[in-house]
Design a protein around this ligand. Structure first.
Ligand code: TYD
Ligand code: MG
Length: 452
């Protein structure tokens, strides 16, 4: 009797080991190794020398523009880079309950309303449950098909029979392949299923959406493995208590990444938010020390977000620094600049910095606002609520120019702001909107003098 060979696979990164390990040597995760039976691939691949592939000059390659479908959801189209590309494979990740199924059912409805054949494969909910949800979303179409199935072969069979233009699989973790021995949801199963969906997408030109659950650590189960296999990776994010949801492209072969789409969860499904700036500005807009509005770039558009800072006397030996939505090291660095370059004593102060609305900013243009937010809270001075501040701050306290200045100013003017403090080097060629004052500064000391 032949002995079956087993191997151990890390469920976080896919690393393989002949023995069980407590800690993965590849990704450092603990307790992630699961035993799987090794299946020998009988078909040895022979290299087909002189086969179909043939080098050709790049300038001679025939180029036809990829076909794109509009999802009739402008926010989603933006994130996809201008619509859904025919034959693309898209992974949609997010926490349970964030609204992935709702979003995709709405997308399915919009696409089928344009006469496209859509197949929704639900491995998590029964057909009746999905129908209930569809009723709530008033989804009603002749060309939207639904099936409750999690066997890969059968799903493939349905695709071949129905020949849909769009396929939605909710979720990839429930799909299993009888040839793979490990349990559904394991790395081997998920990887194999994704591979097969990739083949289906390319072979039949079906746009395929895969829903992927996010693990506790915040990555899609079997994370990196899936991300490089698919064309596009979208993350659906949001705070549990907050009804706003952000859809973010972290990888996109057909468009730019960093694009975001903003949605609101309502009783009748997800509604698009056309003007994200409105929701990130915390509402009442009262003049308060420590609160500053920054125009941040999210992909190709500008979103105004509010930054809040609280500086208070510390009760500890080492003062506390906390940053939400901003890199912690950035806060520490800019605090040091303030101490050294303008002599503000912050070593006995706790500093808390927060970006309202759950967004995060990782571009240097927020530096100047961080500096001013700390100073404003520390000295109890108010930055007028019709003013925006942005610019990069160097280690000597100099204010350095940033990009897309006109776009940021225009967005602020559109939202009713009247003043802006910007880097001096960015003044050249700037078109000032009507009744809008722009102040260009060279050093943070100048800025503090302006306010304090
Ligand atoms: P769901 O799409 O099932 O999340 P996921 O597929 O990401 O797990 O959405 C779950 C939540 O959304 C659920 O708590 C109920 C809420 N919801 C609404 O608020 N309005 C609606 O119209 C629908 C369909 C769901
Ligand atoms: Mg779901």
């Amino acid at each position: 009797m032949s002995k079956t060979k087993t191997k151990y696979v890390c469920q976080a990164c896919g690393a393989v080991s002949p023995k069980w390990l407590g800690k993965c040597i590849e990704c450092g995760a603990w307790n992630t190794f699961v035993e799987e039976i090794e299946v020998k691939n009988e078909k040895t691949q022979s290299l087909n020398i002189g086969g179909d592939s043939k080098p050709q000059k790049i300038k001679d390659v025939a180029f036809d523009k990829e076909e794109r479908y509009s999802t009739k959801m402008n926010e989603l189209d933006i994130v996809l880079g201008g619509g859904l590309v025919k034959g693309s494979l898209i992974l949609v990740g997010g926490d349970p309950g964030i609204g992935k199924s709702t979003l995709l059912l709405q997308v399915a409805s919009n696409l089928s309303a344009q006469g496209r054949l859509v197949l929704y494969v639900s491995g998590e909910e029964s057909v009746k449950q999905t129908k209930l949800r569809a009723q709530r979303l008033s989804v009603d179409s002749d060309s939207l098909y639904i099936v409750s199935e999690n066997n890969m072969e059968r799903i493939k069979f349905h695709v071949e029979q129905l020949k849909p233009e769009v396929l939605i699989v909710d979720s990839i973790q429930t799909v299993y392949n009888t040839e793979v021995v490990s349990a559904p949801g394991s790395v081997s199963q998920v990887r194999e299923a994704t591979n097969q969906f990739m083949n289906i997408a390319k072979k039949y030109g079906v746009c395929t959406f895969l829903v992927g659950h996010v693990t506790k650590q915040g990555a899609i189960a079997g994370p990196k493995i899936l991300e490089h296999m698919v064309d596009t990776v979208l993350y659906f994010e949001g705070e549990g208590h907050n009804l706003f949801r952000i859809l973010r492209a972290v990888k996109n072969r057909f468009g730019s990444t960093n694009e975001i789409g903003v949605f609101e969860m309502t009783g009748t499904g997800l509604k698009e938010v056309d003007n994200p700036s409105k929701i990130f500005l915390s509402g009442s807009q009262i003049n308060m020390p420590g609160s500053i509005v920054v125009p941040a770039l999210e992909g190709t558009r500008t979103v105004l977000v509010e930054m809040q800072c609280l500086v208070s006397h510390t009760n500890y030996n080492i003062p506390k620094r906390m940053a939400i939505g901003i890199d912690y090291n950035k806060l520490v660095l800019l605090t040091a600049v303030l101490e050294k370059k303008v002599g503000m004593s912050l070593y006995e102060q706790d500093i808390y910095l927060n970006i309202v609305g759950g967004v995060s900013i990782d571009e240097p243009s927020a530096d100047l606002a961080i500096v001013m937010a700390i100073a404003s809270s520390h000295r109890d001075v108010v930055v007028p609520n019709d003013m925006i501040i942005f610019g990069e701050v160097g280690l000597t306290g100099e204010i350095r120019p940033v990009n897309q200045v006109q776009q940021r100013i225009n967005e602020a003017a559109k939202m009713g702001f009247k003043k802006a403090i910007i880097p001096h080097d960015n003044l050249e060629g700037l078109v000032r909107p009507a009744e809008f004052t722009v102040i260009g500064l060279k050093h943070i000391e100048e800025m503090l003098k302006y306010f304090l």
